[in-house]
Design a protein around this ligand. Structure first.
Ligand code: NDP
Length: 289
């Protein structure tokens, strides 16, 4: 018997509880290693299993979470928004963001949460030492991750958020969403060619996919950056051009691994009711880097 089947196979019994990862693709996800390491560390008889689910099969897959009595699930690309009609209830942040990354089953009811938001806040504070309340932020991007970040910042008391995105209409849409929920905050969508002055920004949160591929340019001109800015980049695979520029200036900066860790830790607690073994989860993530 191989080491891996001893660890994750032989222990499965009739009482083992399961959590699913539903996405497409899921092969490269780091979440199974992170969550299963946490279950082992706390001696919980749970398993976290990835399932490649094409968009057309999502409805059936979610019904399966209920029918099979699973503890819950994680959703990843491309399901975070499409899953909403199949759920019974949403948390406040999932409703405001319009996306769900975690499902918790309570009896026959499926409740949708968004732990990307809380995960980002924890990681931003922990990894950069930055604060949120009363500060102004520049958010780059207007996709699902940018929505989670913008709503998280608003819920945590930010003073203002400027959204800059390649497609300006999506930035405007996110500003309208933010303004509806948090009308007293300063919201703007200045456009890629008319960035706010760095002096008026406390921190830049990079939420585009630029930087995923080696050789991708930075979404911000290096001359725009200042040493006093905080730069947080959601990309966690490798230091991006933006992070290298921030480092070169001596600005506080961090990549997105902490967000991945903390969204997972929050989901773990929602499923198990237990405090997540964050150090164990972090080690499991780092081993896959
Ligand atoms: P989406 O596909 O929903 O959004 C992608 C965003 O990137 C859009 O704003 C898009 O602009 C922009 N973009 C894509 N390519 C370019 C380009 N060449 N130049 C400028 N802008 C570009 O993806 P998500 O929001 O879900 O994810 C975004 C990134 O965040 C990903 O890299 C993902 O890995 C990372 N992420 C990290 C997490 C973590 O835990 N650390 C959690 C979630 C995401 P446009 O609207 O014009 O297309």
């Amino acid at each position: 018997m191989s080491a891996s089947s001893t660890r994750f196979g032989a222990g499965i019994s009739g009482t083992t509880r399961t959590v699913a990862l539903l996405g497409s693709p899921v092969e490269h996800s780091r979440s199974p290693a992170m969550q299963n390491a946490a279950f082992v560390a706390l001696r919980l008889d749970y398993r976290y299993l990835p399932f490649a689910v094409p968009p057309g099969a999502l409805r059936d897959a979610v019904k399966g979470v209920r029918a099979l009595g699973m503890v819950g699930a994680n959703l990843t690309v491309p399901h975070k928004e499409r899953v909403i009609p199949y759920l019974d209830e949403l948390s406040r942040e999932a409703r405001l963001i319009g996306a769900v990354n975690t499902i918790v089953r309570r009896g026959q009811r499926l409740i949708g949460h968004n732990t990307d938001a809380g995960g980002f806040l924890r990681a931003f504070r922990e990894d950069t030492g930055g604060r949120v309340r009363g500060e102004r932020f520049l958010v780059l991007g207007a996709g699902g991750a940018a929505r989670a970040v913008a709503i998280a910042l608003a819920m945590a008391g930010a003073r203002g958020i400027a959204i800059v995105n390649r497609s300006g209409d999506r930035a405007l849409e996110l500003v309208r969403r933010g303004r509806r929920a948090f009308p007293d905050m300063e919201w703007s969508a200045p456009g890629v060619r008319s960035l706010p002055t760095a002096r008026d920004v406390y921190a830049v949160i990079q939420c585009t996919s630029l930087g995923l591929r080696p050789g991708d340019p930075s979404p911000l001109p290096r001359e725009w950056l200042e040493p006093r800015l905080i730069v947080y980049d959601l990309i966690y695979h490798a230091p991006t051009a933006l992070l290298r520029d921030a480092q070169g200036l001596g600005a506080r900066h961090a990549g997105g691994l902490g967000m991945l860790l903390h969204q997972g830790a929050l989901a773990f607690t929602l499923w198990t009711g237990r405090r997540a073994p964050v150090a164990v989860m972090k080690r499991a993530l780092r081993r896959q880097a």
